[in-house]
Design a protein. Sequence first.
Lengths: 326, 324
Amino acid sequence: MTERMISCSAAICEALTEEMARDEAIFIIGEDLVAHGGIFGQFRGLPERFPGRLIDTPISESCIVGAGLGAALTGMRPLVDMHFADFVTCAMDEIVNQTAKIRYMFGGQVKVPLVIWAPDGAGLSAAAHHSQSLESWFVHTPGLKVVVPSEPADVKGLLKAAIRDDDPVIFFQHKKLFAREGPVPEGEHIVPLGKAAVKRPGGSVTILTYGSGFYMSMEAANELAGMGIEAEVIDLRTLKPLDFGTIADSIKKTNRAVVVHEACLSGGFGAEVSARINSELFDYLDAPVLRVAAKDVPIPFSPRLENFVLPKAEDVISAVRQVVYR
Amino acid sequence: MTSRIDNKRCLKMYEQMLTIRRFEEKAIELFEHNLIRGNIHPCIGQEAVSVGACSPLRRDDFMVNTHRGHGNCIAKGADLKLMMAELFGKSTGYCKGKGGSMHIADFEGGNLGANGIVGGGLPIAVGAGIGIQNRGTDQVAVCFFGDGATNQGTFHESLNLAALWKLPVIFVCENNLYGLSTPVRESISVVNISDRAMAYGIPGMSIDGNDIIAMHTKMTEAVDRARAGEGPTLLDCITYRFFGHFTGDPGKGITYRSKEEMGQWLERCPIKRFRERLIKEKRITEKTEKTMEADVKASIEEAVQFAKESPLPLPEEALQDLFH
């Protein structure tokens, strides 16, 4: 296997091309897939390569997700394209009451091999209805696996793992990161669900992050290194099931933690991670766990306003300096 | 006339209707004795819809169900013992006690499960239809839902999509004239629910849902269309639930339905009507009827016995079956 630099978008395409060639039960269903190769061009080339297996739908999000579920229950392995993660609200019953509950509620009779692919995130002046990061809603819904990759290699490896998984996976991918490039192994490259990755080793503090927060955290970590503070950056990658073992190992070493995400602060995933660290690792902590997150308002349109609301590397630096008391 | 339907099938349909009726009566009794907890939404009065809609189906056809779904489960071939055990919350039930009365599924029998959300099943049936079309088999998916569901967005999204792609889905509306306490005349903008089929360019018809022969005949046509790749049908099956919305409904729904109305519908009891017809056409003898009643009773007693003797789940089983 060789590594080459490709974008997150290309990584999606590569994962899907490989998986769809491998398994005929896989199809993609959603809005504007064929003519545009997806609203962001993320599926470009797939409609020609797999005719009939990218299904354009009317704008009917409830039915799209519910139909994906029905197909998954009857032998197919669909990937539902949510168009924008914000549109999950139109399909909340299908995701929360149906997809998440069916296996459990029916006593484990059936598998639900469904991937809900949802492009999320802000930073593109897309305003309040096209910019949200909603992952914590689904972490709070037992029965769903929640994946939020950052780097292209993880996009490929996690998407392949999600497609092969027999449980429903909601897969959030940040829109602003589509063009972001990174080394990606060719061919079979699987990143198992439920495994975090230590992406930058360090002994001074543990930064726990995912999605766009990862790049913010790496930028901060590089600046902090100049101040003699070595941050260990952990990319959680899968929020549910959460790899708490990797988190614990790091905090036992650093005794400090900062959680970084783009989603707004209150009730965000950082609250869950922080609570768990406090209850399970209290004796190891030398400082309170801090959170870096967006402010608790809808995402505003004007770039100046949006920039003010979103967390930045400087916020990560300031939080880290607080917990290391420097 | 029942003459076009062979005797064996007629008697089987009659027996299934009786089974549903007796199962529901027993479930209500057990609920009143606190042996079944939660609540039950009995389908007494709607048996002809369940049986007529499922009689043309094969075991490998799919069915999506509602909260008032015991009858549809039985008509699709569910095991009474596993159903009753589920109602008792026992670990031997269809869903190991995790679903209860409102959520029985039997995936091996093509029963994709009952939904507690009004209109929640329609998109799932569409998805089953997509799967069938994709695999190129001649299976069909039958979607049960109530009159109330036809005001949900999922109804309209699902009919549109199924019509657009000519999916092998039959939409069977169990129109019992009330969404909980709200009458259809106060909640639906058209005279007949079947009129809504027009908006999606598919056949729709309103049927006397208490006439098993009409149900069976119209359903057979709809299933044949679907199997032939001609797309979905909407059947508006007009019926009545004798026991109100659920076991907690005061006076079987007397707060929103008049005594006269309830009395009139009792006269139109689907089992009574079918029985009279079978007797008139000399398709059933007193002896056959007696044997059938005894068999049905025995199978329900056996189910109750099985449920009673089955173990309760261990508390920790609540943590199983979430993921593979």
